[in-house]
Design a protein around this ligand. Sequence first.
Ligand code: IPM
Ligand code: MN
Length: 346
Amino acid sequence: SRSINLAVIPGDGIGQEVVSQGLKVLSAVLPQDVKLETREYDLGARRWHRTGETLPEVELEQLKGHDAILLGAIGDPSVPSGVLERGLLLKLRFAFDHYVNLRPSKLFPHTASPLAGRPDIDFVVVREGTEGPYTGNGGSLRTGTPAEVATEVSVNTAYGVERVVRDAYERAKARPRKKLTLVHKNNVLVHAGHMWKKIFDKVGEEYPEVTTDYLHVDAATIFFVTQPERFDVIVTDNLFGDILTDLAAAVTGGIGLAASGNINPTGAFPSMFEPVHGSAPDIAGQGKADPTATVLSVALLLRHLGHDSEAIRIEEAVAADLAERAGAPARTTEEIGDALAVRVAS
Ligand code: IPM
Ligand code: MN
């Protein structure tokens, strides 16, 4: 479409800094005739301290009206762990039914990756985004006594598993190698694991052109390091996907480059794009954060909205910028954003 009505949630820590650069590159890449409208939402630690709110109903409703959401980072040491994560970030993912958490990993040449120089590392993790141990099911018994018990129940529905598995098959089918790997732990988590495998095999019957594979999550972590070329598309549950995508980022150039999309493929609610990294309070406000992960998340956002050529321009600009970085003095957040904005505009 010829206009983008974007919600922006800078959030906490380095979130503000990286989001400004993401927006700068977005404005620079869009052609004149695409009208960009943004509205910033004051959500995160400061808001919570001021009003005690994480995500009020009114704002949740307003967010529904946007084409997409760009989010920086959520979480601050001054707020008890879990309050903002559950009350804001996960609340958005659940409320907007972001069942596909898309996290691509591509090894750019010239990055400080332990795998630098290895060609063909280019895979995407399709992490389930609305179920698993993230649903908050469980509880505590006899808290504070020596007999305390805590349970954290992983919820897996056939409906939820099938829709994300199907999405992963579609993505695999559209890629040159057409390979899909299911990652789980069905030798121990037999209830959920066997259901995932059963659905994975059943849906696979509709995709004869896609080659499939299964790995236990512990074995998958080995291959992420020793043989990442073997992966094309990976589908996995919410928690395994969380852990695997930090590892994927670390081995393919660092967490400063890892982008993600929380996608509702039906379009019923706006999808939300954010760097995989967190709020990094230790370096916040110092201009040290790498905005590249946010800029690449903007590319995912553009592709989601059908602006493919602009997405490609951003990805090419990032590749060129990373090539130039090798051996050069470190730049500030803003300098990297400026350089990328210049590249996408030309
Ligand atoms: C991520 C983050 C979140 C998650 C946290 C902040 C709730 O680690 O986006 O990967 O666990 O999904
Ligand atoms: Mn994570």
